[in-house]
Design a protein around this ligand. Structure first.
Ligand code: HBI
Length: 360
């Protein structure tokens, strides 16, 4: 960003499906924290608006009361646009409308219709970081409207995610960034595999469990059990699998345990927009075995920092696990440092904001 541009005053508006720190927000919670820190490091002033009970160290938080939003990925393509009574999302954006004069730019992290619909009604520019691929017709339509009326304001985490939208060429790929100082390199892992994520059908945990059962290697599982029936079904289907559910841990704890793994298994059923957990693994020196689907295909260097396998093929997961000794753990850490540090992300964000502010 040219030095002429004074530090920016930025208002970041969180996802509204859960309080920050609850894990219900999934990847976007970590993304929001990392983006806030990346921008603070560069002198920008950050305020985050989030639902009540949100916690996020080191950033000024405005917490807003109201009913949480239903998660979009559990709806169908023709799902109607819904807002609960006393919607926390609506209350957050009412706050933003009132306080927008205090900011140079607003940044939306919610994958919901309202923030996109109200964009033309605001005086201040709004940057939208879209956290998932195409899920519903209503969201596709409202995001496309903003992309056409406010060119350059829509960003995504990967080309694969962008390509799920008809307006892919209107989407700016900012990838993601992480505070790598929080992740410690582990040279010698234990005899264990890892799976990390929201435990929900779109994440395909059952395939990782099936693979672990075949190879007989313990599989450690971390993340919020978002869909209890789904989790119970896996336990019923694989009663003898060597799995160990280890809960939802804060980053400092998670990275220590994840780092001790021989590999991270990523088995998404959907087009994972990015795959934050892949970077967290690489940062600890842990190679990634992932389905060739969505964001992880743009992260994993096949044969060097992990293996990409045919989607939904448990047998391919098994054969990749047998080839882990060909991968180089230090190369995994080096890749995280080269492409996904807070500094690398800060550069991409400032370029995005500059492109938006130049147009206003
Ligand atoms: N659903 N309606 C809705 N709004 C969100 O912001 C949202 C979501 N589902 C998942 C989600 N955000 C986050 O887990 C993203 O990181 C994917």
């Amino acid at each position: 960003m040219p030095q002429s541009r004074h530090p920016l005053k930025l208002l970041l508006l969180s996802t509204s499906v859960g309080a920050l720190g609850s894990g219900l927000g999934g990847g976007v919670e970590l993304t929001l924290k990392n983006i806030a820190h990346a921008l603070q490091q560069r002198g920008h002033q950050i305020t985050i608006v989030a639902p009540s009970n949100s916690v996020l160290e080191g950033v000024f938080l405005v917490t807003i009361a109201g009913e949480l939003q239903t998660t979009a990925q559990t709806q169908g393509r023709d799902a109607p646009i819904t807002l609960p009574n006393d919607s926390v999302l609506a209350n957050m954006w009412a706050y933003a409308r009132q306080h927008q004069p205090d900011y140079d730019l607003l940044i939306n992290f919610a994958y919901d219709w309202l923030p996109f619909y109200v964009t033309p009604f605001f005086d201040r520019p709004i940057a939208h970081l879209v956290s998932m691929g195409s899920l519903t017709d209503a969201m596709d339509q409202v995001i496309e409207q903003v992309a056409l009326e406010f060119p350059g304001t829509i960003a995504v985490h990967s080309h694969a995610q962008a390509k799920t939208f008809e307006f892919a060429d209107q989407c700016r790929n900012v990838q993601n960034g992480f505070d790598l100082s929080l992740y410690k390199f582990c040279a010698r892992p234990k005899h264990q595999l890892a799976w990390v994520g929201r435990i929900a059908p779109e994440k395909g945990l059952e395939d990782a469990v099936a693979a672990a059962q075949i190879v007989g290697t313990p599989l450690k599982i971390w993340g919020v059990i978002q869909d209890t029936a789904y989790w119970n079904q896996i336990c019923a289907d694989y009663p003898d699998a060597p799995i160990d559910y280890c809960g939802f841990l804060p980053t400092s704890e998670l990275q220590h345990r994840l780092g001790q793994s021989q590999a991270l298994l990523m088995t998404p059923r959907w087009i994972e927009a990015f795959g934050n957990v892949a970077i967290e693994a690489l940062a600890c020196g842990v190679p990634v075995i992932a389905y060739r689907r969505g964001g992880p295909t743009e992260i994993v260097r096949d044969g060097e920092t992990g293996w990409l396998v045919e989607p939904d093929r448990v047998d391919e997961l098994v054969s990749a696990i047998s080839k882990l000794d060909r991968l180089d753990r230090p190369a995994c850490r080096r890749q995280a440092e080269a492409e996904y540090s807070l500094d690398a992300m800060g550069d991409r964000l400032e370029a995005w904001f500059e492109a938006i502010l130049k147009r206003v």
